[in-house]
Design a binder for this molecule. Structure first.
Ligand SMILES: C[S@@+](CC[C@H](N)C(=O)[O-])C[C@H]1O[C@@H](n2cnc3c(N)ncnc32)[C@H](O)[C@@H]1O
Length: 285
């Protein structure tokens, strides 16, 4: 028996019902990604769409579980190492003159992106003066992020990526991997050291809802490989939100396959992997 739903309209009807019975709103996720994810949920739980609808209306714990399954959480340490190398050698050194640095990782998943960045900041002498907030919709991922323990098998690129980013340029002294990580359990568990963890405020936050209560504007916002799952309307709303919450000259760092939609192309200057907020900007409501 197949549990697949072919009709995106039926899936959208389900998403409206999910929104009614929970705090979650996936209505503006891109059709292709939500289609794949809902079908995966149906298949994994061996449910028809009607059965999923019934369970969603009656079982809030079940809803929490499937929401964790709808989001895509793939991540890794120094994902796309060439980007991190550029940030390390080309972009972040210019931040040395700042008194403090406010950084937001939106859609941080299980934390590897945050810890990768903290290593760069520490090597550049910037970590001590940084306020770092890392957010995600998925509470299971946030729990894993806070713990900072990873299975080596599923993070096997970590040492190669670390060396190519941190030790890959001729000017850097050799930095040892064990400065930031320790292994345990026959080297199967990689544990992030306290220096990278203690400075991060991991929080649940939904980009669909906006409103992040934050200390200040941010100097850097990472939102890598998240917007790709949203439709253009939602992407535009979130980009406006990021623009409003960046300092002038602040850096927005998106995923390799993500860019700015229409209007925002003129509101940021693209410089390598970084979108820099331009000064003059008055949003017309
Ligand atoms: C593919 S991961 C990207 C992780 C990391 N930024 C990276 O590039 O490796 C996408 C993350 O976005 C999160 N996400 C999806 N929808 C979200 C929303 N509405 N608000 C906040 N985070 C969301 C998911 O839970 C997931 O952890």
């Amino acid at each position: 028996m197949t549990y697949k739903v072919d009709n995106i309209a039926e899936i959208k009807t389900y998403l409206k019902e999910l929104k009614k019975y929970s705090p979650y709103d996936f209505c503006e996720y891109s059709d292709s990604s939500i289609y794949r994810r809902i079908n995966k949920v149906l298949e994994d739980h061996r449910l028809s769409l009607d059965e999923l609808m019934d369970k969603t209306r009656s079982d809030s714990l079940f809803v929490e579980d499937i929401v964790q399954e709808i989001t895509v959480n793939t991540t890794e340490f120094f994902r796309d190492p060439e980007i991190w190398r550029d940030l390390y050698t080309g972009y972040f050194p210019s931040l040395k003159n700042k008194k403090e640095l406010n950084v937001w990782h939106a859609g941080c998943s299980s934390g590897q992106e945050v810890y990768s960045n903290n290593i760069l900041l520490n090597e550049l002498g910037l970590l001590e003066k940084s306020n770092i907030v890392a957010t995600d919709l998925n509470s299971k991922m946030l729990k894993a992020a806070k713990k900072g323990e990873y299975n080596h098998r599923y993070n096997h690129k970590i040492i190669d990526n670390f060396n190519s980013v941190i030790n890959g340029n001729a000017f850097a002294d050799k930095v040892r991997f064990d400065k930031y990580f320790e292994f345990s359990g026959d080297n199967d568990i990689i544990r992030v050291k306290k220096i990278l963890k203690s400075c991060v405020d991991f929080r649940r936050h939904d980009l669909v809802k906006g409103d992040i209560s934050s200390f200040q504007k941010f100097d850097i916002i990472f939102c890598r490989n998240v917007l790709i799952y949203f439709n253009t309307n939602l992407q535009t709303r979130i980009l406006k939100y990021f623009h409003d919450h960046l300092t002038n000259g602040g850096m927005l760092i998106l995923g390799n396959h993500e860019g700015l939609t229409g209007f925002f192309k003129t509101k940021f200057i693209k410089n390598g992997p970084v979108f820099i907020k331009t000064n003059a900007f008055h949003f017309q409501y």
